[in-house]
Design a protein around this ligand. Structure first.
Ligand code: NAP
Length: 494
């Protein structure tokens, strides 16, 4: 673990965290964690099974009665302590993120700040889980609504934002008075374990938050145990639509509440009245964060014919100048992709687009030989003259590839933007106020960036519609996801 030697040693954990105890998996099976930049093994964690998953549920269930009975103020104080420890350990957390996920260190530091902002936000929201007094519908009655924690929550997170995705699930759940069992992605368990260490240090009571790690092969086993368990009242999941649908099916028997933050296929539209420089800037920020491995990454970039040449010229120049390299180099702007499967998918999309008529404006190839440190790099790419027959028009590419589609009319581009089963995010650039309100109303997504490429914020509701899932993370709506609404009716009042 040479790159990890400068990290605070107690943050690098190799055990599950269950009931406040760091423990190996019952079957003594292990999963190797790999640096995506080099392929080197950087650690190992338990490859947990159903017994471990069950122990986590038991610990969370036992911790629930006393945790839900605490005051919101008390829960807020503990969350603030967790938040403070995240900030004081930001450098270490960022190094762990970069090491196992590959994003450049500056971006990893940004992820720590972003994830921590959710912990702080929900510490502040905890004390505002208000109910209602409803004007009585009959004489002699009082009608009230109180908000109660749902119970044990299972959080399943992806590898692309290993800290932020965990924080924005665990923080609102704890704030609401729920206890948590979590499973991070196979590729990025170390960040999640470090977060558990900081939660322990912040004084969160044993069993309030628990985490088991597992390999891809055992994900369905551990999570499957939670789906079948009636003690688990909610599943909160970020990941692919295929797995999200499986979780919805699997939890139907116990009718759990679900929050599903699933895949996207975001359109990014540049109208003829747009500020072209601002649109290029916005696309660079929206597309190349995390090497394009982001659920809200623009996947289809529609450019009006009148500004297409200018936009594509400016964009190709900016993309060609991006610096690709390992997170350990300060100048790196695009790190390695998460694993070889990801690089193969990106390359398959690019090859398919070229065969179907795309022109390569820059990039368009794997960087096998150019980057000596490892095999998982892909050149930042701009493809011109894309069309809807290409695979990348309908599938998330999840990499540093921009595909430019030409359009001629607003009517046509809105129809094409909506012509997808997904509905997470959309972006458009225009300076026409009427068009701004018209188009933002017609786009079928949960989020719309209007002349803005970076909209994520703890203060705003993040989530999709259609096959991008349901439920919202962040903002006051994010706390609601973990609360049950109870109606109290008192009668016989004089
Ligand atoms: P994924 O394959 O669905 O994995 C997500 C999580 O589910 C991981 O912890 C994974 O474990 C686990 N998992 C995989 N198969 C499972 C199964 N059969 N049963 C239970 N759990 C299972 O997604 P990913 O490739 O990690 O993430 C990329 C996807 O997430 C993209 O589609 C992206 O758009 C989406 N995403 C959405 C949002 C959003 O807010 N909407 C945010 C970020 C990412 P393993 O890692 O061990 O397989």
């Amino acid at each position: 673990m040479s790159a990890s030697t400068s990290i605070r040693p107690d943050l690098l954990r190799d055990r599950n965290f269950i009931g406040g105890i760091w423990c190996a998996g019952r079957e003594d099976a292990w999963l190797e964690v790999v640096d995506p930049a080099t392929g080197a093994v950087i650690g190992r964690v338990p490859d947990s099974g159903a017994v471990d998953a069950d122990e986590a549920v038991k610990a969370a269930s036992e911790a629930l009665p006393s945790w839900r009975a605490t005051t919101a103020r008390h829960r807020a104080q503990l969350l603030k302590r967790w938040h403070a420890r995240m900030l004081s350990s930001a450098e270490d957390l960022a190094k762990i993120i970069s090491l196992e996920q590959g994003k450049p260190l500056a971006e990893a530091l940004g992820e720590v700040a972003y994830g921590a902002s959710y912990v702080e936000w929900f510490a502040e929201e905890a004390v505002r889980a208000y109910g209602d007094i409803i004007p009585a519908a009959a004489e002699g009655r009082r009608m009230m609504v109180v908000k109660e924690p749902l119970g044990v929550v299972a959080a399943i997170t992806p590898w692309n934002f290993p800290l932020a995705m965990l924080a924005r699930k665990v923080a609102p759940a704890l704030a609401a008075g729920c206890t948590v069992i979590a499973k991070p992605a196979e590729d990025t368990p170390l960040t999640a374990l470090a977060m558990m260490r900081l939660a322990e240090e912040a004084g969160l009571p044993a069993g309030t938050v628990n985490l088991v790690t597992a390999s891809r092969g055992n994900a369905a086993v551990t999570v499957g145990a939670w789906l079948a368990d009636p003690r688990v009242r909610k599943i909160t999941f970020t990941g692919s639509t295929a797995v999200g649908k499986g979780l919805a099916r699997g939890s139907a028997e116990t009718l759990k509440k679900l929050s599903l933050e699933l895949g996207g296929n975001a359109p990014f539209i540049v109208f003829d009245d747009a500020d072209v420089c601002a649109a290029v800037d916005g696309l660079m920020r929206a597309k190349f964060r995390n090497g394009g491995q982001t659920c809200v990454s623009p996947n289809r970039v529609y450019v009006h014919d009148a500004v297409y040449d200018e936009f594509s010229r400016q964009l190709a120049a900016r993309v060609a100048a991006l610096h690709v390299g390992p997170a350990s180099l300060a100048e790196s702007e695009i790190g390695p992709m998460i694993n070889s499967r990801a690089v193969e998918k990106i390359d398959r999309h690019v090859r398919d687009a070229i065969v179907r008529g795309a022109t390569v404006l820059t990039g368009g190839l794997r960087l096998r030989d150019q980057i000596a440190s490892g095999p998982n790099y892909y050149a930042p790419t701009v493809l011109g003259e894309a069309n809807e027959q290409m695979t990348l028009a309908s599938e998330e590419t999840f990499g540093p590839v921009v595909a430019l589609f030409r359009f001629h009319s607003e009517e046509d581009v809105v129809r094409r933007a909506n012509d997808t089963p997904f509905g997470l995010a959309a972006y458009f650039y225009s300076r026409d106020v009427s068009r701004i309100w018209r188009v933002s109303g017609r786009l079928e997504t949960g989020i719309v960036g209007i002349n803005e490429g970076a909209f994520a914020s703890e203060a705003a509701p993040f989530g999709g519609i259609k096959e991008s899932g349901y439920g919202r993370e962040g903002s006051r709506y994010g706390l609601e996801e973990y609360l049950a609404t109870k109606y109290l009716c008192q009668g016989s009042l004089a």
